[in-house]
Design a protein around this ligand. Structure first.
Ligand code: GLU
Length: 330
């Protein structure tokens, strides 16, 4: 696959909790993918959801990622030409994108409540990352829209998505092809409470920040066709995507912020050295034969997409114990 002349990767943490081993895994791989082709790295704080994001987590995230040995050329702490690098400060950018989509006749208000969507779609999670929207409000006439708005119902703004096939070459998974209608249907651009949807914010930010390489967990793969559709409509050049395997706990659950014992700061507080964590992650990723301590910089020349494991990886209790026992003896 041709590599763009100047690679620019990104780390896009959401400050909704402390960074944990699963974040460290995804960010290490994204960082290595960019640095292994002498690329730049942007750090962007994805704090568009005011209910879930906290300043305290934002500060801690930067601190923990630096502690792990990752760095970035542009970000909220160091600035850069494409800032601001915090989504909550970029509302005007999302508004401009929305206006362009509206001018192209591609936006409509949807008055469905979450409950109605659940009943209509029979879907367990009708949110902007989940089941396709069945198109209920697509063809409401103006009188009906006005009446619903007058009744006090707040509207979600949705993108009108025609039947469209979207294909791309994933750096990790190879050729990918999706039908837009099946990956979200007419997905949300702005929630009824005014919060910008993840899909819009990410697509616009990646494009405007000059990101050429998006490396993230494959749990986000189904969002990529939506982001590509937005980039096409807004006439932006799409980045390359690489969706990496996930890090799972012993029960096969994706590591998430609720695994607080696996938070980087919890591990650090117990004396675990950052290089030991990177060593363990490098072994799991297939970049090292054993879990010998290593820094991210030392791994740059060992990274390649061919080498990277294709399978999700489980962190076993022994793996964690090995981090701790070494912490105690060193
Ligand atoms: N901020 C998102 C998350 O933490 C990442 C989104 C992305 O990489 O596109 O889940």
């Amino acid at each position: 696959m041709p590599v763009p002349a100047a690679v620019c990767g990104r780390l896009a943490p959401s400050p909704t909790g402390y960074a944990h081993l699963g974040n460290a895994w995804a960010f290490l791989l994204a960082w290595l993918a960019a640095r292994s082709c002498s690329g730049r790295v942007i750090l962007r704080l994805e704090d568009i959801d005011p209910q879930r994001s906290r300043q305290e987590y934002a500060r801690a995230l930067l601190e923990d990622l630096l502690w792990l040995g990752l760095d970035w050329d542009e970000g909220p702490d160091v600035g850069g030409p494409a800032g601001p690098y915090t989504q909550s400060a970029r509302e005007h950018v999302y508004m401009q994108a929305l206006e362009r989509l509206e001018a192209a006749g591609r936006v409509y208000p949807c008055f469905c409540t979450r409950r109605e969507l659940r009943l209509l779609a029979g879907a367990p999670h009708p949110d902007d990352r989940g089941a396709p929207y069945p198109g209920t409000c697509r063809s409401l006439d103006t009188a009906r829209r006005t009446a619903l708005a007058a009744s006090g119902r707040k509207a979600t703004l949705r993108l009108l998505c025609p039947e469209q096939q979207l294909s791309f070459m994933d750096l990790a998974l190879g050729p990918q092809c999706f039908l837009l209608a099946e990956s979200g249907g007419d997905f949300a651009l702005r929630r009824s409470d005014g919060v910008w949807a993840y899909q819009l914010a990410v697509a616009v930010d990646d494009a405007l920040m000059g990101v050429t390489q998006v490396v993230r967990g494959r749990d986000i793969l189904s969002s990529t066709p939506r982001q590509l559709a937005l980039m096409q409509l807004l006439q932006h050049t799409a980045p390359q995507y690489g969706h990496v395997p996930l890090l799972l706990d012993e029960y096969g659950e994706r590591l998430a912020k609720r695994h607080q014992s696996l938070a980087l700061r919890a591990l650090r507080a117990q004396g675990v050295e950052a290089r030991r964590i990177t060593g363990l992650l490098a072994r799991l990723a297939g970049l090292a034969a054993d879990a010998r301590p290593v820094s991210p910089v030392e791994l740059i020349e060992r990274f390649s997409w061919e080498r990277l494991t294709r399978a999700d990886q489980i962190i076993y209790r022994e793996d964690l114990r090995s981090l701790f026992s070494q912490a105690m003896t060193s």
